[in-house]
Design a protein around this ligand. Sequence first.
Ligand code: SF4
Length: 290
Amino acid sequence: MLCLPAVYYLSTMTKSDSTSSLTDAGQGVIFSIKKYSMHDGPGIRTTVFLKGCPLNCWWCHNPESKKLAPEPVKQGANRPFSGFAGSDGKVGRIMTVDEVIAEVKKDEIFYDESGGGVTFSGGEPLMQPDFLVALLHAAKRYDFHTAVDTSGFASAEVFECILPLTDLFLYDLKLMDDDAHRKYAGTPVAPVLDNLAWLARSGANVIVRIPIVPGITDTPENLDSIIRFLLERSVLRNVSILALNHLGDQKYIRLGMENKLGTLKVPSQERMAELQERFIRKGLHCTIGG
Ligand code: SF4
């Protein structure tokens, strides 16, 4: 993985026909580009969803994000799969940096008027590090506000590369206990905490996003542990709590994947308000959603 110089992306980048390398500094795999997003950072934004994620959260509502490669999806009659599902019947598309930025650029007038910009999400966008770095450089060439939505599960080296190019990190913090994180998210928690601590020491602009999954992430032990971690770091004062939703249920069926999300309950509005109050009482700025 290279921290590319700012001029790198200016060189001619052509889409490779090779399938042996799906992602590099010139191209990567995207599963959706969402316009006019209001929940992935400030203002009106375009959110670019990079495919591939090393985690396997039970509550994931974007199961098409998990595998890096484009994959077959069953199309419903008059009900196309959300995101990119090409005529080849696969979700996910290989795109060049220039192609992605051309899409993002179409809405720059909205960014100017609203203080918005571009958000790179996933999946786990840091799983395509060279592509992400090149996208961030390209976005900065147009002076777009940049946000990266991450699970935090990536190498420290990747975070070092993207920090100078990222105006805002939307950083997921799910479970503080290692056993629970392995069980419900599929990976150890240590890299997630180490990278967040490093971002805090580096003075990064971070909003910590906590998925609220009743009985799993909203236990008093987990929430107290999260609050302690944040309060020990003065720059980590902004929190968003995100209610589990079932928007992804149908996608699991159409991808032929096991759906653990379907077994989980959605928290009530009252419960979300109660949890918001819990964070606010501890001196944190906490919003519901976003
Ligand atoms: S980190 Fe996000 S994209 Fe990856 S499995 Fe978990 S919820 Fe899904």
